[in-house]
Design a protein. Structure first.
Lengths: 264, 85
């Protein structure tokens, strides 16, 4: 409690920047760029992630995401996806910053190809370097409280524990750890990866976290713009439910209608 | 740097023995000696505002694209933003 005001909610604030929307979307894997743009409009997103890759020299036109997104209208968060070492992630972060949009980075250092689980030691090392270089670091990490605390200590602008592995759509596998991370950290906690459908997003927000970052759940839905809308509503509903404070769980039934006044 | 044995990529106007060899995004390409980074981007059909250039592992300031001459054997990485999560 105490997160919202009586008349609503305070906006999400990360590194001094405020966002009305608590939903952050990725820009990968959409069937078409038009589909992606429609999804972003439906979700009313203000921040989306992008990856840094080599230009394909044989197809230099119309390939970059900047041909489809206006950085004035949607805040672009470059990621270090695909990096397996701290050094590599720092290199990608610097390239992303050199694009001249911001000094924000979604730091991601992968430790295992099969699960895409993060290498938390390397993430921490890269986070320290990048914070020192003035980056606003939003660090993707495991649902591990100790790593989350260390990332906050390192100066990360936000800590982003996973709900479940990237692209798995398995939903929130460890609500307790996510709740505990949120309870213990002062910086924003954004759950990143693993959400599969709207109920996952709602349940995740009900844990009290500050926001959710997702990509595949929207991009791979049969109707991406429609799922984007569903996610927007689910994130808002989960947030409201958290702020409202849910009723206690009871292992007994309690009638909702009066016991008194029954006919003889 | 020897030019011998280098293969021609499609679309490269110069003959194999002409120009200087530069490694762009991991591929050897040939350009006229003295070409600037801005000139190289133009030749490749790239808008300078849409790419970030890393030259021999150092990021190049966009304002310097017109001034910096590409040297034989330079390793250039031309990157941009693509879809990702």
């Amino acid at each position: 409690m105490g997160e919202g005001t009586r008349n609503g909610d305070r906006p999400l604030e990360i590194a001094g920047r405020t966002f009305r929307s608590r939903l952050i979307l990725g820009t990968g894997k959409y069937r078409s760029n038009a589909d992606m743009v429609r999804a972003f409009a439906a979700a009313d997103v203000e921040m989306v992630t992008v990856a840094v890759r080599r230009v394909d020299l044989d197809r230099t036109k119309e390939e970059g995401i900047l041909y489809h997104l206006d950085p004035e209208k949607v805040f672009l968060l470059p990621n270090t996806a695909g990096c397996y070492t701290a050094e590599e992630a720092v290199r990608y972060a610097r390239l992303g910053r050199a694009a001249g949009i911001s000094d924000w980075v979604k730091l991601e250092v992968i430790g295992d190809q099969a699960t895409l689980l993060p290498d938390v030691a390397a993430t921490l090392e890269a986070a320290r370097t990048l914070v020192e270089e003035g980056f606003k670091v939003l660090a993707y990490t495991n649902d591990d409280l100790i790593t989350a605390l260390r990332l906050e200590d390192a100066g990360c602008a936000a800590v982003m524990p996973l709900a479940s592995p990237i692209g798995s759509g398995l939903g929130l596998v460890n609500p307790y750890f996510i709740r505990e991370i949120k309870r213990r950290l002062s910086c924003p906690v954004i759950v990143d990866a693993g959400v599969g459908t709207a109920s996952d997003a709602c349940l995740t927000m009900e844990q009290g976290v500050d926001g959710i970052l997702m990509n595949t759940a929207v991009a791979e839905a049969e109707d991406a713009p429609r799922m984007a809308l569903a996610m927007k509503l689910a994130v808002a509903a989960g947030r409201e439910a958290f702020l409202a404070g849910r009723m206690p769980r009871r292992e007994v039934a309690v009638p909702s209608s009066p016991r008194a006044g029954m006919l003889a | 740097m020897s030019f011998r044995g280098t293969s021609l990529k499609d679309g490269v106007k110069m003959a194999a023995q002409d120009g200087m060899a530069v490694v762009v995004n991991g591929e050897e390409r040939r350009f006229a000696p003295g070409v600037t980074v801005a000139g190289l981007l133009e030749e490749l059909g790239l808008h300078p505002r849409m790419v970030v250039v890393e030259r021999n592992r150092e990021i190049l300031d966009r304002e310097r694209y017109g001034a910096v001459e590409v040297q034989p054997g330079d390793a250039l990485e031309l990157v941009h933003f693509v879809g990702g999560g």
